[in-house]
Design a protein around this ligand. Structure first.
Ligand SMILES: [Zn+2]
Length: 242
């Protein structure tokens, strides 16, 4: 890696950390439908926090609580962007795509973790950008992204149908099909299956861990979408975008 790339790394981490604050903002405001520009509030006591607290999570002045989820999210986005630029130092477009995709995926993971829901308004812009940036790369890349999108959608629609046949209820939500389309468009057809497998294995281990600690029954909800999204960040960092 050239020395000039090393110089930008602290800057990339800082930008990633700041953008993580905006991801937290969107993750809180999309489900609650609060005005996007309203100042942040403490999740523990409801006290208003200064606006810069979106970027620098400090202790609440009223109750002393630390915004833990925001801090974790900001560290995840900072780490993802840092690794993306370390992994693709000579391919700025790849590094940019992985960074941007990671932000969307962490947003979806954060919302699914808290609400067990995947919103179209978080998936659609990511899908559009994934296809647009694939076209910027090359027509062949766009084809890989499109086949990945269609393949993943078909696969998850089949899972969905199978769930109905076996259990007479949806084993996964329709939001998971949306997310699968997004993942397919981001990672492309060739790396789709191993990428999905990372997320599925993560979810399976989490479910086993919960069962082992006797904190779960057969129907306890594991935020499947969160694991698929996080697994896709790992897949993107391993193999790059479509
Ligand atoms: Zn507080």
């Amino acid at each position: 890696m050239p020395a000039s790339s090393l110089i930008v790394l602290p800057f990339v981490a800082l930008v990633g950390f700041a953008l993580g604050g905006l991801v937290e903002l969107a993750a809180l405001r999309v489900p609650s439908r609060e005005p996007i520009l309203a100042p942040p509030t403490c999740l523990a006591c409801g006290a208003t926090r200064p606006r810069w607290a979106w970027f620098l999570p400090g202790r609440c002045r009223s109750c002393g609580a630390l915004p833990g989820t925001q801090l974790v999210l900001q560290l995840l986005t900072a780490g993802s962007l840092l690794l993306a630029w370390l992994r693709f130092p000579t391919a700025p477009l790849d590094a940019f795509r992985v960074s941007l995709f990671a932000l969307f995926l962490w947003l979806i993971a954060r919302i699914d973790w808290a609400h067990h829901l995947i919103y179209l308004v978080t998936v659609a812009p990511g899908l559009l950008l994934a296809l647009l940036l694939a076209l910027v790369e090359s027509p062949r890349t766009l084809l890989l992204a499109l086949t990945g999108m269609v393949g993943a959608t078909a696969l998850f629609a089949a899972f969905y149908g199978l769930g109905w046949l076996l259990y007479r209820r949806a084993a996964l939500g329709s939001g998971d099909i949306l997310l699968a389309a997004l993942i397919g468009a981001m990672i492309g057809a060739t790396r789709l299956l191993p990428t999905l497998l990372i997320g599925m294995l993560g979810a399976a281990f989490a479910a086993l861990w919960l069962l082992a600690r006797r904190r779960a029954g057969r129907m306890t909800y594991v935020p499947y979408g969160s694991f698929l999204a996080a697994g896709t960040v790992v897949g993107l960092l391993l193999w790059g975008p479509a």
